[in-house]
Design a protein around this ligand. Structure first.
Ligand code: HGY
Ligand code: MN
Ligand code: MN
Length: 421
């Protein structure tokens, strides 16, 4: 059978995607709540392992709660596996496609390759990584960072959610020991490389009228918490000159830093979370915590923006005799993806007569972590209206199936170590 003509089981993909989409829906119909280490996210991992076992793949997990499904034509289990997949967690009120597409597409691709009978020379692994998103504990990309050895264990040990639940305890509820996370790095030798199919999460493909992109690099992401310490006081009786209003200093910082970012190319920043204490209308807030998500594919720009933010927070605090402190709590450097494999994606698209372009990813991905230690590549499909991290997130069946075909073709080309054309 000519391996360039390998097909995928469309019904399997659509049925499997629909099944995953039933897990972790928000009770009020506002998207998904498959947050890291929630029952819903862990149920999704159990579902993934069951699906994989039904396909006859060998299932295993690691201390980070990552789930894997291996298929190997070789007796020698030490040969590193080509890995395809994504993540199963979502942001709060997130969509069904971010992460879920990549995992279901990878299962579909692995099934197609296994069923094709085409001989290949290394194991194939499907991966579902833990806590890619990060909003609950501030520990985004935890699963892939554990594999790559990039975890900051001090940060991980301190992690807790807004309800004061410690990451350590949330993990323990599902049988995972936080202190064993460093052991996951020992599994890296079992990974040959990684390919991830993902929604673009932006409007560029749709606006260009293109169905696919090969991703050349994944942006760096730096999340910084500014803590403004002032003094709580009465909203009426406190003289204006005595008010140490920390929310006002935070608001001033948002205005000033946003203007700086707007004027700077190749940089974006999002003031996405604010916690005000005591958060009462008639109290001058004595403490405000303001979390920023800053991104650029240029590491120098990230450093420059980090310094600028700290300066502006100090400048906004001084007039109110407020002390401001800045702390990086999530830091993933920019990651160029593997040029050779990006070329194989493009050559595979040619075999399938599919138009394709190249894009930099402004979203973070597990491929942007693994790509620092093993060859990694990514494929994007369009997001309707460019929306993601929201209930309206959507990609069409046709787009997802085209992406899955390209993932399958690319995976086969690399497995058989043959250029795709
Ligand atoms: O935040 C991100 O960029 C990714 O969707 N986790
Ligand atoms: Mn994602
Ligand atoms: Mn996401």
């Amino acid at each position: 059978m000519d391996p360039t003509k390998i097909g995928i089981d469309q019904d399997f993909f659509l049925k499997t995607f629909a099944a995953l989409a039933e897990i972790g829906r928000d009770p009020n119909g506002q998207g998904y709540q498959r947050l890291a280490w929630s029952r819903a996210e862990r149920e999704a991992h159990r579902w993934f392992r069951n699906q994989s076992e039904q396909l006859g793949f060998e299932v295993w997990t690691d201390h980070a709660g990552n789930s894997f499904a291996d298929f190997s034509p070789l007796a020698d289990s030490e040969v590193p596996a080509l890995t395809i997949g994504s993540h199963l967690d979502t942001v709060p009120y997130g969509g069904a496609f971010d992460g879920g597409l990549g995992v279901v597409a990878a299962l579909t691709a692995a099934k197609a390759i296994r069923d094709s009978g085409v001989p290949f020379k290394r194991p194939l692994r499907v991966a579902a990584f833990t806590d890619e998103e990060g909003p609950r504990f501030g520990t985004g990309l935890l699963g892939s960072k554990a594999v790559s050895g990039a975890l900051d264990m001090d940060l991980v040990r301190q992690a807790q959610d807004v309800d004061g639940i410690r990451l350590q305890d949330a993990m323990a509820e599902f049988g995972c020991d936080l202190e064993s996370l460093p052991l996951v790095r020992q599994t890296l030798k079992r990974f040959y490389g990684y390919i991830e199919l993902h929604i673009e999460q932006g409007p560029r493909l749709e606006r260009a009228g293109l169905p696919l992109a090969a991703v050349t690099a994944v942006t760096g992401i730096r999340q910084i918490r500014l803590t403004f310490q002032g003094k709580s006081n009465h909203a009426g009786t406190t003289p204006k000159e005595d008010r140490q209003n920390t929310l006002r200093a935070a608001a001033e910082t948002i205005a000033q830093f946003s203007a700086y970012v707007d004027a700077t190319d190749n940089l974006v920043a999002n003031p996405g979370r604010v916690q005000v204490h005591p958060n009462a209308t008639n109290v001058v807030p004595g403490e405000t915590r303001l979390d920023w998500d800053i991104r650029s594919p240029d590491p120098q720009l990230l450093d420059q923006a980090t310094r600028k933010l700290a300066q502006l927070a100090q400048a906004a605090s001084a007039p109110f005799h407020i002390v401001s402190e800045d702390k990086i709590f999530h830091d993933v450097p920019p990651c160029p993806l593997n040029e050779k494999w990006t070329g194989i994606i493009e050559a595979s698209a040619k075999v399938l007569n599919l138009p394709i372009t190249r894009l930099v990813s402004w979203a973070g991905h597990d491929a942007g972590v693994l790509g620092r230690v093993i060859p990694s590549a990514m494929i994007f499909v369009p997001s309707r209206d460019g929306i993601s991290h929201a209930p309206e997130e959507f990609s069409s069946d046709a787009a997802m199936l085209e992406g899955t075909r390209l993932l399958t073709q690319t995976t086969l080309a690399i497995l058989t170590e043959r250029r795709a054309e």
